[in-house]
Write a protein that binds this ligand. Structure first.
Ligand code: AMP
Ligand code: MG
Length: 311
C-alpha cells in the first residue's frame, strides 16, 4: 500500500499556514518517495527555499537505496565513494545503533529488499531466506535520512535572514524559530487507525517531530499485515504492541532513528530508554488504541497516560 505517498501532506496538519498578512514562501516537492511541504517566513525566504530544495534532491541522490546510481548503492558495492560529511552521517547512524542496543540498525538493507519494500514486490520470506539476508550487510538509511534532512534544513536556514519556518518532510516535521505571537507551532499527529489526526502537539522553537508507524508502509497477505519496521533480532516486522511512536527532539537525525528504535523496543523498553535519556520526548500509540506520552509532551485533542520521570 502506498498510503505513505500522500500522508506527508495529509497527516501532519501544519496548522500554522501562510497568511496574507505576512509574506511566506511555500513549496511542495516530491522527493525521497514522499510529498514534502516547505514554508518559510522572513527577508531571504526565497533564497533559503532554493537552497533547501537543492539540498533535499541532493540527499535523495546520495542516499537512495533503490537507485543503483546513488552514492549509497556504490558504497554498498564496496566502492570508496564517501566524502567526509557522508562518512559522518554513517558514523552518527552507527553510534545510534549502539546507543539503542541495535533496535535501530542502519545495515538492514538486504532484509528490507527481501521483504520487497524497495520495489513493492512484497514477499513473506522463509526462515532460511531471512537468515541468509541477515548475513549480508547492506546500509539502508531509510530510518534516519529524512530526520537528517531536517537537521540540514536548520543549518541552511541559519545561514539566511529568515524569521521562522516549518517543513514537513513526508510526516517528519521540522520547525525553526518562534512564531511572532509567541504561540507554539501546532503539529498534528497522525491517527494510526486513520481518519482525523490523533491530537495536536505544541512545539516551541526549532524542533523535529518524527513518527514511525506500522500504517506508513505495509502489505497484507492472508489477513496479516506486514509493515516496514523490522526487528533486527528476528528479521521480521517488529511485533512490539505499538502501532506508532512519535519523537520530539532538537536533533532531526536522532529523532528519526529513535522513533524507529523505540517502535522496535515496545513500550516498556522504550520507557526505560527515555528514563535514561533527557534529550527527547515521545508519544506512544498501542495497538489497543491506548496512548502514552512522556511528561514533557504538550498534546491536546486526545486522552493519554503521562509517563513521569523516576528520580
Ligand atoms: P522509519 O519510517 O523512520 O521508522 O524507517 C523505516 C525504514 O527504515 C524502513 O522502510 C527500512 O528501510 C528501514 N528500517 C526498517 N527497520 C529498521 C530498523 N530496525 N532500523 C533501522 N532501519 C530500519
Ligand atoms: Mg525513523
Amino acid at each position: 500500500m502506498k498510503r505513505w505517498l500522500v500522508f506527508g501532506l495529509v497527516l501532519c496538519l501544519l496548522l500554522s499556514g501562510c497568511t496574507k498578512e505576512e509574506a511566506c514562501a511555500q513549496r511542495t516537492v516530491f522527493c525521497m518517495d514522499t510529498v514534502m511541504d516547505i514554508r518559510i517566513w522572513g527577508q531571504e525566504r526565497d533564497a533559503a527555499m532554493e537552497a533547501i530544495v537543492e539540498m533535499l534532491h541532493s540527499l535523495e541522490k546520495t542516499w537512495s537505496a533503490t537507485d543503483a546510481d546513488s552514492v549509497l548503492s556504490a558504497y554498498n558495492r564496496g566502492e570508496d565513494v564517501l566524502d567526509a560529511q557522508q562518512k559522518a552521517l554513517l558514523a552518527t547512524a552507527e553510534q545510534l545503533r549502539s546507543q539503542t542496543g541495535g533496535a535501530f540498525d542502519p545495515k538492514l538493507g538486504s532484509l528490507v529488499a527481501l521483504w520487497g519494500f524497495y520495489d513493492d514486490n512484497h514477499h513473506v520470506p522463509s526462515d532460511q531466506e531471512i537468515q541468509t539476508a541477515r548475513n549480508q550487510t547492506q546500509w539502508d538509511l531509510g530510518a534516519i535520512v529524512k530526520g537528517y534532512a531536517g537537521t540540514q534544513v536548520v543549518e541552511i536556514l541559519a545561514r539566511y535572514d529568515v524569521d521562522r519556518a516549518i517543513v514537513n518532510l513526508g510526516g517528519n516535521v521540522q520547525t525553526y524559530g518562534q512564531k511572532p505571537d509567541g504561540q507554539p507551532w501546532n503539529v498534528g499527529i497522525q491517527n494510526p487507525a486513520g481518519g482525523d489526526s490523533l491530537g495536536v502537539l505544541a512545539v516551541t522553537g526549532s524542533m523535529a517531530v518524527v513518527t514511525s508507524g506500522d500504517y506508513q508502509r505495509y502489505f497484507e497477505q492472508d489477513g496479516i499485515r506486514y509493515h516496514h519496521i523490522l526487528d533486527p533480532e528476528t528479521g521480521r516486522p517488529a511485533d512490539s504492541g505499538l502501532c506508532s511512536v512519535t519523537v520530539l527532539c532538537a536533533d532531526g537525525a536522532m529523532a528519526d532513528a529513535l522513533s524507529t528504535a523505540l517502535f522496535v523496543m515496545g513500550l516498556e523498553d522504550a520507557c526505560a530508554y527515555w528514563q535514561a535519556h533527557d534529550d527527547f520526548e515521545a508519544i506512544f500509540v498501542l495497538s489497543t488504541g491506548e496512548i502514552y506520552a512522556t511528561e514533557g509532551v504538550v498534546l491536546s485533542g486526545c486522552a493519554f497516560e503521562v509517563i513521569c520521570r523516576e528520580n
